[in-house]
Design a protein around this ligand. Structure first.
Ligand code: PLP
Length: 395
């Protein structure tokens, strides 16, 4: 059975055109792009073309793009490079709601003696720019703020934040893994120094990403080896995936309008219908400054994992905002940072759509979800109690 796939922030389907474009580079055109011979040189030219395609989507120059293996590598490279090129500075600024690709690294760096500021967010997942500005100091080596949150879709004002950092001569990196391809980005219009993206979030395969490094930014490579990527990232290029990423960026540029009209309308239909049809549920995160494809909804007094299992029976794929760690269900660090009440945070589900979703997909979820929640609540020992307690509070 073909799934109803609403988990595109986790990973996305490889676009059919993208798959077709990359296949010859797994079969016939296997030359090394750095080779002197024509056979390899033609591959090198296609890698250059892919670099141009990625740069075009971002408003960057091709030589500002470094191909990497994933978003995680791009994030790690950016932060480590900023620290290596500013050896006198020991302060890092980030937020509590970043992806583990940033937070696990900054936790490690804190152990190594760096001072790390993890800025809080408000109940809607928003950043306070004044508080951010106050945290900037002469000792700050790097600011790393995500462009859009993977769980809630909330968009941070990274362009304003980058300008504030720049005025103080501080490097600014953004993890734009969830933003690229979904909202317009033009790096000619801001002062962002480094930006991470990942192929598998925008219909290219897993295992390829890119790091944008603004011309003139001092840079220290994370992977040292051969002279690939002008010595900025060693390792023979993952040619088929790079070709795929280039075309995926091209297509994302062409389909940006669809993403922000058609996909957004489907997301809004799903969200508004569930809010009407299911009692005691709410949307997590600012509904205005948000990615067009993402909806994070909490269903009070039910476990997210239980909802996912039931959805799975209908071949509906989504994610929950809790992670089962060592036998206990912990709400996600993002929802905790937003102060979402426990009874709500436990029952949160993230739906993330793509251009491949149809009205039929959304209608299936709208038809299925109310029954699933009603059923699970009927089994929940907390529902009766919770319902009457909360009804009392409301009354
Ligand atoms: N940053 C964000 C915001 C993400 O959502 C993800 C993946 O979920 C990553 C970084 C890591 O990307 P990758 O899976 O390519 O390493």
């Amino acid at each position: 059975m073909k799934p109803i796939y609403l988990d595109n922030n986790a990973t996305s389907q490889v676009a059919p055109e993208v798959l077709e474009a990359m296949l010859p580079f797994l079969q016939d055109f296997y030359g090394n792009p750095s080779s002197m011979h024509t056979f390899g040189g033609q591959v090198g030219r296609r890698v250059s073309q892919a670099r141009e395609q990625v740069a075009n989507l971002l408003g960057a120059a091709p030589d500002e793009i470094i191909f990497t293996s994933c978003g995680t590598e791009s994030d790690n490279t950016a932060i480590r490079s900023a620290l290596a090129t500013n050896p006198g500075k020991r302060h890092i600024i980030t937020t509590r709601v970043e992806h583990p690709a940033v937070l696990s690294l900054t936790a490690r760096l804190a152990q190594e003696g760096y001072r790390v500021t993890e800025l809080p967010v408000d109940a809607e997942g928003r950043l306070n720019l004044e508080q951010y500005a106050k945290s900037l100091s002469p000792d700050t080596a790097i600011v790393s703020l995500m462009w859009a949150n993977n769980e809630t879709g909330v968009i941070f004002p990274v362009e304003e934040a980058a300008a504030l950092a720049h005025n103080r001569g501080i490097l600014f990196h953004t993890d734009a893994v969830q933003a690229v391809g979904k909202i317009p980005i033009d790096l000619r219009k801001n002062s962002i120094d480094m930006l991470s993206l990942s192929g598998h979030k925008l219909h290219a395969p897993k295992g390829v990403g890119a790091l944008y490094v603004r011309k003139g930014t001092r840079f220290s490579p994370f992977l040292v080896g051969g002279h690939q990527e002008k010595g900025r990232r060693g390792g023979t290029e993952n040619v088929p995936s790079i070709i795929a990423l280039g075309l995926a960026c091209d297509l994302a540029g062409q389909k940006m309008e669809t993403e922000n009209t058609v996909v957004k309308a489907l997301r809004d239909k799903l969200e508004n219908s569930l809010l009407i049809k299911v009692p005691r549920c709410r949307v997590n995160g600012d509904r205005t400054q948000r990615l067009p494809n993402t909806s994070n909804i909490s269903f009070e007094f039910v476990e997210g994992e239980a909802i996912l299992l039931r959805l799975n029976e209908y071949a509906i794929c989504a994610s929950s905002g809790s992670a089962c760690t060592s036998g206990s269900l912990q709400p996600s660090h993002v929802l905790r940072a937003m102060g979402v009440p426990f009874t709500m945070a436990h029952g949160s589900i993230r739906f993330s759509l793509s251009i491949y979703n149809t009205e039929k997909d959304i209608d299936a979820v709208i038809d299925t979800m109310p029954g699933i929640i009603e059923n699970l609540r009927a089994l929940s020992p907390y529902w009766e109690v919770g319902d009457s307690i909360c009804a009392g509070v409301e009354g």
